[in-house]
Ligand binder design. Structure first.
Ligand code: ADP
Length: 476
């Protein structure tokens, strides 16, 4: 399979291509993706620029029909798309199918939003004058996406971009071209006018940077690493572009003495290790009060060791491989560092299975302190650390002592502590008796501090980023 660029309504090959390898079995090559240069990116941006005015003027019904078509086809093909996703990215098949379904639901939600675009009509402070506040599209938006949710993240950027009347250039992650291609293939048959959606494959540092720097691009929505995100913010400020960044997390999960032990173990098992820990909302710092600490660590340790790790498409697997060799090495080196810093490590070794892939046993590091590297930096793998806290007050201080602020969780039976935590956790999303990962699609997603920058994604709040506001005064 060749994953071609989609520019101005046509599929285009490039002279260079890059192999797409299954992380569960490196002998399985899914296909080859185009490797573009700045010339292809320039043509995609030009196509989007010339298609933007007509799409901005399209009726709500036209936009609804396109988004509804895309959402319906994704939902109808969720099993097949989920299978591709798991084969390409390495999350288990139920997780892959769940993510594909999520992408379909997102398009359906924003199809509805096409019909609900409204503004405000106000009385003026001046006699006889009417004031109207409306939202307009911003023009060409550049979408830069990571590999860990290779269909859901493109969906939650493309769907609102199109619903609010913008033209799109998508630059997906190098490691997951198949999911982006499958989505583009569906979009290409949706009735969307040529040039409104464009897909360009290639290196982030080359064509991603070119997209960010291009003067015809009005806004950039990015999900990825902190260092790349910071560079993009600076470049966008220079170009006076709107920018939205979703970056890392080091999400705390507080477990109090009065928590339901089974529920807490289940929430942490899911939050820390599902999707191989490759979620920016993963529960990576478990902060546990003294009275429950030892029971919790024993129970979570045995539940973690019982997890079935293997080929993402094999039935019954609970954790797949790391996405590639570089990520696996990074995970293992963080486990090493944690041990050298004095943490007690359970699991965390490389696994050799029947087929060659990027496998490791999930790791639980206990007896850690918040100033250790393992509690400061995002691993992005199946590695969780445990800290002891005297009481709720100390647990809250530890939870907030981080440069990140995406998601924060607490397991407790106490309404008093749950309410206090919801109000005082320095995070964009707070979970009570639920894993830090796992969110709805119709409400805002995003964080505080070093995790996010700019307007929120998802739900109706997406309009903040994908539109600009106009105020009109009329003397009738
Ligand atoms: P990761 O380490 O998870 O791959 P990155 O931040 O490097 O995270 O990548 C996220 C996305 O950003 C990918 O699509 C990647 O190609 C893209 N990217 C990487 N570097 C740049 C850059 N300098 N400018 C724009 N996009 C980039």
């Amino acid at each position: 399979m060749n994953y071609k660029n989609f520019i101005a309504g046509s599929w285009e090959e490039t002279s260079d291509s890059c192999a797409n390898v299954n992380p569960s079995d490196i002998s399985d090559v899914l296909g080859h993706a185009a490797q573009s240069g700045t010339a292809e990116m320039d043509r995609a941006i030009a196509a989007a620029k010339s298609a933007a005015p007509d799409w901005a003027a399209a009726t709500p019904q036209q936009r609804f029909d396109v988004l509804d078509f895309i959402g319906s086809e994704i939902l109808a093909r969720r099993e097949e798309l989920g299978q591709f996703l798991s084969r390409e990215e390495g999350k288990t098949l139920p997780e892959g199918i769940g993510e594909a379904a999520r992408a379909g639901q997102i398009f359906k939600f924003f199809a509805g939003e096409c019909l609900r675009q409204n503004g405000d009509k106000l009385a003026s402070v001046r006699p006889g004058v009417d004031v109207e506040v409306t939202r307009s599209p911003i023009g060409v938006v550049g979408l830069i996406t990571p590999w860990n949710f290779p269909i859901a993240i493109p969906a939650w950027k493309i769907a609102p971009a199109l619903a609010y009347g913008n033209a799109v250039v998508l630059k997906p992650a190098e490691l997951t071209p198949a999911c982006a291609w499958l989505l583009a293939d569906i979009i290409s048959r949706s009735g969307l006018p040529e040039g409104v959606f464009n897909l360009v494959f290639g290196r982030g540092s080359v064509i991603g940077q070119h997209l960010v720097d291009h003067p015809d691009v009005a806004a950039i929505s990015f999900t990825g690493s902190v260092s790349t995100g910071r560079g993009i913010a600076v470049a966008c400020a220079k170009g006076m572009k709107k920018v939205q960044l979703e970056m890392g997390g080091k999400n705390p999960m507080v477990v109090l003495d009065d928590a339901d032990l089974d529920l807490a173990v289940e929430a942490c098992l899911n939050g820390a290790f599902y999707s191989t820990g490759q979620r920016c909302t993963a529960s990576s710092r478990l902060i546990v009060t003294e009275g429950i600490h030892d029971r919790f660590v024993t129970a979570l340790g045995s539940a973690m060791q019982a997890l079935k790790v293997g080929h993402a498409l094999e039935a019954g697997m609970q954790m797949g491989p790391a996405v590639d060799g570089r990520q696996l090495d990074q995970n293992l080196s963080y486990v090493d560092i944690a041990a050298k810093e004095g943490g007690k490590v359970l699991g965390g070794h490389r696994l050799s299975l029947q087929q060659e892939g990027f496998y490791m046993a999930p790791a639980l590091v206990t007896e850690t302190r918040n100033d250790m590297c393992i509690n400061r930096e995002e691993v992005f793998g199946p590695v969780a650390s445990v800290m002891r806290a005297r009481d709720y007050e100390e647990a809250l201080v530890l939870a907030n002592s981080t440069q990140f602020g995406l998601s924060a969780g607490i397991c407790t039976g106490s309404l008093k502590y749950a309410s206090h935590f919801k109000a005082n956790a320095e995070a964009g999303m707070v979970m009570v008796n639920l894993p830090t990962a796992g969110v709805d699609y119709h409400v805002p997603f995003g964080g505080t501090k070093g995790s996010s920058y700019g307007a929120r994604e998802q739900g109706r709040y997406a309009a903040e980023f994908y539109t600009r506001v106009k105020t009109a005064y009329t003397l009738p």
